[in-house]
Design a protein around this ligand. Structure first.
Ligand code: GDP
Length: 202
């Protein structure tokens, strides 16, 4: 399961504008600064493929990348900008939730969670919402190369990952599959691609 070809197809502002060829797709989502662009770029071996806007308040778009001409990797806007005004947070909800609920060709959401810090409520809420709406989720923990730091609660990535799953138990009958990754060491890259290939062929 390797990515031989990645091609940017289009940016859409609504689910109705997304590609209509029905190819299976995987949507990448996470809190802003979680390491989403780094992961997408590491996955497709490119430095600047994911160039979605980092600034809150900029137009939020659904970006479709066609991979090996057979499936889409979909880059969604990040959530949880600390300084974003309430309207933008509400917009994120309306916008992405309608994409998740409408998109028939969505195979799974790859929910990115920062493994270098203890679980955040906003990530738990996002995971719970997806679970409650029967949208398949795979947890992709990022920054697993980071050493434990006092300011991060002095916990190792493994401990944060376990805590996150423990706190999700209330929203899921079965905890979602998870993969530990790092865009610095490329840890989990092949595992993630294999995981995508397996889900795609169900
Ligand atoms: P985005 O806002 O989710 O797209 O996040 P970025 O990909 O821009 O990354 C945010 C910050 O986290 C940047 O300073 C990255 O260098 C850093 N970062 C991203 N991925 C990793 C990782 O796997 N390990 C480490 N140590 N830092 C990372």
């Amino acid at each position: 399961a390797q990515i031989k070809q990645a091609e940017f197809i289009k940016s859409s502002s609504h689910e109705s504008e997304c590609p209509k060829d029905g190819l299976p797709e995987f949507a990448v989502v996470g809190r802003s600064n979680v390491g989403k662009s780094s992961l997408v770029n590491a996955l497709v071996h490119r430095k600047e493929l994911a160039q979605t806007s980092k600034r809150p308040g900029k137009t939020q778009l659904i970006n479709h990348y066609l991979i090996n001409k057979t499936w889409y990797l979909v880059d969604l806007p990040g959530y949880g900008f600390a300084k974003a005004p309430t309207e933008i947070r509400t917009d994120w909800n309306k916008f992405t939730k309608s994409y998740f609920l409408r998109r028939k060709s969505l195979v799974a959401v790859l929910l990115l969670v920062d493994a270098s810090i203890p679980p955040l409520q906003i990530d738990l809420d996002c995971a719970s919402w997806l679970g409650q709406n029967q949208i398949p989720v795979s947890l992709v923990f990022t920054k697993c190369d980071k050493k434990k730091k006092k300011k991060n609660g002095g916990r190792k990535p493994e401990e944060n990952v376990n805590d996150f799953q423990e706190q999700l138990k209330f929203s899921y009958k079965e905890t979602p599959p998870y993969i530990m990754t790092s865009s610095v060491t490329n840890q989990g890259r092949d595992e993630l691609l294999l995981h995508i290939a397996q889900l795609k062929s169900y």
